[in-house]
Design a protein around this ligand. Structure first.
Ligand SMILES: [Zn+2]
Length: 230
C-alpha cells in the first residue's frame, strides 16, 4: 500500500514538475520588451518568408568594427538547421550566440553569457532547443542502453549535461520520439534555471529586472517557434 502511495505521489510530483514545461505561442508566453519584440518580428519575417531586414552590409560591418552591442544572447544547439540569425532574421552585431551540441550550459558557455550581459549589455537571454535533436536522441539512447551507443570522452561531456533531463523524463510514460522531445524540453528548462543558479551575475541581473530569460523550441520542419510559458 505504501508503495502504491509513493508511486502516486511520484506521479503527482512528476506531472506537476513536467507541467512547468508548457509550450505556447509567443503572445501567450512572453512579456514583450523591445528586445523580445525584435525577436518575434524577425521570426515572423523568417516564417512568412518575407524579405529579410537583416543588415549584413559593408557599412554595417564597418560600423561594428569599433564595438558591438548585441541586444540578446541565444544559447542553442550546433545543429546546422538551427541558425539563430536566420530564424530571427537578424544581422551583424545583433545576437551574441553560444552554440554547443544539445544547447547545454557548462562553465565556458555560462561565462560567455556573463560576458554578453556584463560587458556588452545584452538584456535578453534565449535558451533555444529544437525538435529531433541528435544530441538529445543520443543521450536518451545511451541512458536506455549504454552498450548500444559508442561515444568518446568529449562527446560524453555534453551528453552528461543532458542526463538530468533524461532521468527526469523517464519518470513519465513517454517513449520513443515523445520521450526525446520531452527530454529536449526539460533540457531547455534546466538550462533556464541553471543560468540563475550557477551565475551570480545573471541571477542579480534577472533580480533587478535588467535581464530576462526566455526558453523556446524550434520546430524543424514547420519553422515555427514555441515559447516556454513564463
Ligand atoms: Zn540539437
Amino acid at each position: 500500500m505504501r508503495k502504491f502511495f509513493s508511486a502516486v505521489l511520484l506521479l503527482v510530483l512528476t506531472v506537476a514538475k513536467l507541467g512547468t514545461v508548457s509550450l505556447v505561442e509567443a503572445e501567450e508566453a512572453l512579456e514583450v520588451t523591445p528586445s523580445v519584440q525584435k525577436l518575434i518580428d524577425g521570426h515572423e519575417r523568417y516564417w512568412n518568408e518575407e524579405t529579410s531586414e537583416s543588415d549584413t552590409s559593408k557599412e554595417r560591418r564597418e560600423e561594428l568594427a569599433d564595438g558591438q552591442e548585441p541586444f540578446a544572447v541565444v544559447i542553442t544547439c550546433s545543429d546546422s538547421r538551427v541558425s539563430p540569425e536566420y530564424l530571427f532574421d537578424l544581422g551583424l552585431g545583433e545576437l551574441f550566440v553560444v552554440r554547443v551540441a544539445g544547447n547545454i550550459l557548462d562553465e565556458a558557455e555560462l561565462g560567455s553569457v556573463e560576458y554578453a550581459i556584463a560587458e556588452l549589455g545584452a538584456d535578453t537571454i534565449v535558451v533555444l532547443g529544437h525538435e529531433s535533436c541528435g544530441a538529445v536522441t543520443t543521450a536518451v539512447a545511451k541512458d536506455l542502453d549504454p552498450e548500444a551507443v559508442e561515444t568518446t570522452q568529449n562527446i560524453d561531456a555534453f551528453l552528461d549535461n543532458i542526463e538530468p533531463a533524461v532521468k527526469e523524463a523517464r519518470q513519465s510514460d513517454k517513449e520513443d520520439d515523445e520521450l526525446v522531445e520531452l527530454v529536449a524540453d526539460l533540457n531547455v528548462a534546466n538550462a533556464m534555471k541553471q543560468l540563475e543558479t550557477d551565475s551570480n551575475i545573471i541571477k542579480d541581473a534577472v533580480k533587478d529586472q535588467s535581464v530576462s530569460i526566455l526558453g523556446a523550441k524550434y520546430l524543424l520542419e514547420d519553422g515555427d517557434l514555441q515559447w516556454f510559458n513564463q
